[in-house]
Design a protein. Structure first.
Length: 286
């Protein structure tokens, strides 16, 4: 089933939280016949006034369209919602946040039920959905045939980025980038804490913080994270002591830095001062 301007592809969407509702409105605005279901009926009824058909139950929603999109709470919710539902012949696109292992297991589960499966990792927040200039996109992996059949439909809410036939890779890319974001936010939180009690121009500091972290991100990616001769891991680990002393002097907790610094110290102690910091579990850990 492909998407043509004169014959828009019908879509069934199960799950109408903030993200699901944003997806629904984007497809409705683009003219796609949309059938929705939500555990809390009021959310579905709100979209009925905007042109969506409301299914009485998950089975009804799945039966209404060849393309079925899930945007539920978690992987366990998928089991609960689709228990006993006939999926034969359907193309199932799962935008429920999960792990790579869950994506692979869900693909096998869908195949056993006669459905083609595509997993997705949404790199956007609800206000970015349906707004191309916002830059949001979704990673997709799994059945290449199902993805290509519905690429145009999937690109309506946000950009679609294919990352391969391994159904776990969409979640892997998603979580990897979110993990990088978390580390970045931790570092920026620490940076702001250091200057908060000083007479520092907050706007100017924010500009410096943005440009510096962007430049370092480019440098990190260019080397694959490997330390260079001019600043190997041993030198960086030694320099960390100054960062810790400064935090103590400013009355700032070092908790956002301690774990990473310990990894660096351990790797230097193991005789690998020039390598990328490897997040390996200590010997003997589970």
């Amino acid at each position: 089933m492909t998407n043509r301007n004169d014959d828009p592809t019908p879509v069934s969407l199960l799950g109408l939280g903030a993200m699901g509702t944003a997806l629904a409105r984007a497809w409705l605005a683009a003219g796609h016949p949309l059938t929705v279901w939500n555990r809390t009926p009021a959310r579905a009824r709100a979209l009925a006034g905007e042109g969506a058909a409301v299914a009485a139950d998950p089975a009804g929603a799945v039966a209404a369209s060849g393309l079925v999109v899930l945007c539920l709470m978690d992987d366990a919710s998928v089991d609960e919602v689709l228990a006993g539902v006939d999926l034969a012949g359907k193309d199932l696109v799962n935008l429920t946040t999960g792990t790579p292992a869950e994506g692979r297991a869900r693909a096998a589960w869908a195949e056993e039920r006669g459905a083609r499966f595509v997993d997705g990792g949404i790199m956007a927040v609800p206000p970015m959905i349906g707004v191309p200039e916002a830059g949001g996109y979704v990673f997709y992996s799994g059945s290449a045939e199902a993805f290509e059949a519905h690429r145009a439909v999937l690109e309506v809410p946000a950009g679609a980025r294919w990352v391969g036939t391994d159904p776990g890779h969409a979640a892997l890319y998603d979580v990897a980038l979110l993990s990088a974001m978390s580390g970045l936010f931790a570092g920026m939180t620490h940076a702001y804490a250091l200057v908060r009690d000083e007479k520092v121009d907050a706007e100017r500091f924010g500009e410096l913080l943005t440009s510096w972290t962007a430049a370092m991100a480019h440098a990190f990616v260019a080397t694959g994270g490997a330390a260079g001769e001019d600043s190997n891991l041993e030198m960086q680990a030694a320099g960390n002591r100054t960062l810790l002393r400064t935090a103590a002097g400013q009355g700032v907790s070092t908790e956002l830095l301690d774990g990473y610094f310990r990894l660096m110290d351990r790797q230097v102690a193991e005789g690998e001062p020039d390598a990328v910091v490897l997040l390996r579990r200590p010997s003997g850990s589970a």
